[in-house]
Design a protein around this ligand. Structure first.
Ligand SMILES: *Cc1c(COP(=O)(O)O)cnc(C)c1O
Length: 401
C-alpha cells in the first residue's frame, strides 16, 4: 500500500506512512528489508553509473536499494523536497555535497562554528583541493553578505549551530546566495524537519545526519541530502555511486522505523528541553544557558519565526567545567556522558573552547572574543532525551557542584 496523496495528510500520518511501499507479494504491513547487494536483471543495463536514470531498475545496492528508496521517499516528503539521497553517515553526505559541487578556484562561505567534522573537512580537505573557504558567523546576515565574492559557489549554514545554538536566517541567506548564483546548503540536523523545512524558505539542499533526531534511537548511522531532482540526480551518480558512502539497507530500515515517531518525539524533546532550560537558568551554579526556546536566547525572535519546534538541544556553562565534567562521568545515573545527540536517551558532553578553537574552528580576533564571551572555557552540550524531566533534573542537580 502507498499513500495516494500526501498533500492532504498531516505530519504524523506522513511520518508513519509516507514513502513506504511494501512489495505487496507477502502483504506485509511493514516495509521490506532487502539485504541484497545485487539484483537479478532481465534486460541489458549499462555497467556505468553515468547512464543511471530514474527509470533504471535495481542493479546494485550502491546505486539504489528498495529499502533505502523508501527511506529516501519518506525523507523527501517530510522535507517537502522533490528528491532525496541517503548516505552512510552525515559526514558522507556533507563530503559528497561539497566535493560534487565545488571545484578548484571556487569559493565557499561557511558557518564559523558548526559540526567539527564539517568544519575540519572545509578548512583542511577543501583548501588542499584549491577551494577558497571563508568561515563567518552566518547568524549575522551582514557577515554572509560581506564574505561573498564573484567566485562564491556555495553558502553552507548550520542552524541551530553546534555548540552555541546560533540561529541563521535561512530566507535571508538564500537571497544573498542566489543574488550571486551560489547554492544555499543547510545542515538542519539540530532542527529536524519537524522544526524547519529549509527548502520552503529558499534553500537549495538540506542535509541531515540521520544518526541524530531522525533515526532517534542511537543505533544506526546515516545521512541524507534533499532538494530539487536537478541537483539530487547528478549527486547520485557521482557522490553516491563513485564516492561509495552508501547506507546499509538495515540501517535505512532502522532509521525509517525511528522516523515514524519523529513528530511525537520532537514534541517531547522540546517539552523536556524547556523544563531543563528553565531549571538550569534559575540555578546559581549555572552561568549561562543557551536554548532557542528561552526568551534569553539572543535570537529567540528569529527562532520563534523560523522554527515550529525549538528542538531538544541546550548548551550551558558553569564555573570549573572540567570538575563538573568529572562528576558527570562518575556520578550521572540517567544521562549518558557521551557525544552525539537527538537520541531518546539524554546525552551530555563538555565542548571545551580551547579544544574546538584549536582543532576545528581556528577563530581569532573579534570572532574569538565573541565565542569566548558566550562559551567561556567551554559549554556542556546537552541533548535532552525523552525520559521523565524530573529524573533528568535530579540527575543534573546532583553533579552541578
Ligand atoms: C552528527 C552531525 C553531523 C555528522 O553526522 P554523522 O552521522 O555523525 O556522520 C553533521 N552535522 C551535524 C550538525 C551533526 O550533528
Amino acid at each position: 500500500m502507498t499513500l495516494k496523496s500526501t498533500q492532504d495528510k498531516g505530519i504524523r500520518t506522513l511520518a508513519i506512512h509516507g514513502g513506504e511501499n511494501s512489495d505487496g507479494g507477502s502483504g506485509a504491513s511493514a516495509p521490506d528489508l532487502v539485504m541484497s547487494s545485487t539484483f537479478v536483471v532481465d534486460e541489458e543495463i549499462s555497467f556505468s553509473a553515468n547512464n543511471l536514470t530514474s527509470e533504471t531498475p535495481f542493479v546494485y545496492t550502491r546505486w539504489d536499494n528498495p529499502t533505502t528508496q523508501q527511506l529516501e521517499q519518506k525523507l523527501a516528503i517530510l522535507e517537502q523536497a522533490e528528491a532525496c539521497i541517503a548516505f552512510a553517515s552525515g559526514m558522507a553526505a556533507s563530503a559528497a555535497v561539497m566535493l560534487a559541487h565545488l571545484n578548484q578556484g571556487d569559493h565557499l562561505v561557511i558557518s564559523n562554528t558548526n559540526y567539527p567534522g564539517t568544519a575540519e573537512f572545509a578548512r583542511e580537505t577543501l583548501t588542499r583541493l584549491g577551494v577558497e573557504v571563508s568561515p563567518v558567523d552566518t547568524s549575522d546576515t551582514a557577515s554572509i553578505e560581506n564574505a561573498m565574492r564573484p567566485n562564491t559557489r556555495m553558502v553552507w549554514i548550520e542552524t541551530p549551530s553546534n555548540p552555541l545554538l546560533r540561529i541563521t536566517d535561512i530566507a535571508a541567506a538564500a537571497q544573498i546566495a542566489h543574488a550571486r548564483e551560489a547554492l544555499l546548503v543547510v545542515d538542519s540536523t539540530f532542527a529536524s524537519p519537524i522544526a524547519t523545512r529549509p527548502l520552503t524558505l529558499g534553500a537549495d539542499l538540506v542535509l541531515h545526519s540521520l544518526t541524530k533526531y531522525i533515526g532517534g534511537h542511537g543505533d544506526a548511522m546515516g545521512g541524507s541530502v534533499c532538494g530539487k531532482q536537478a541537483l539530487i540526480g547528478p549527486l547520485r551518480g557521482e557522490a553516491l555511486v563513485h564516492y561509495g558512502g552508501v547506507i546499509s539497507p538495515f540501517n535505512a530500515w532502522l532509521i525509517m522505523r525511528g522516523m515514524a515517531t519523529l513528530p511525537l518525539r520532537m514534541r517531547c524533546h522540546q517539552q523536556n528541553a524547556l523544563a531543563l532550560a528553565v531549571f538550569l537558568e534559575a540555578d546559581a551554579r549555572v552561568e549561562r544557558v543557551l536554548y532557542p526556546g528561552l526568551e534569553s536566547h539572543p535570537q529567540h525572535a528569529l527562532a520563534r519565526a523560523q522554527m515550529d519546534n525549538y528542538s531538544g538541544m541546550i548548551s550551558f556553562r558553569c564555573a570549573d567545567p572540567k570538575a563538573v565534567a568529572g562528576r558527570m562521568m562518575a556520578e550521572l545515573e540517567v544521562i549518558h556522558y557521551a557525544v552525539s545527540l537527538g537520541h531518546h536517551r539524554s546525552l551530555i558532553y563538555l565542548m571545551q573552547t580551547d579544544d574546538l578553537i584549536g582543532s576545528s574552528y581556528r577563530l581569532d580576533g573579534a570572532e574569538l572574543d565573541k565565542y569566548r564571551e558566550t562559551a567561556g572555557a567551554g559549554v556542556f552540550r546537552f541533548s535532552v532525551g525523552l525520559e521523565d524531566s524530573e529524573d533528568l533534573i535530579r540527575d543534573l542537580d546532583r553533579v552541578l557542584g
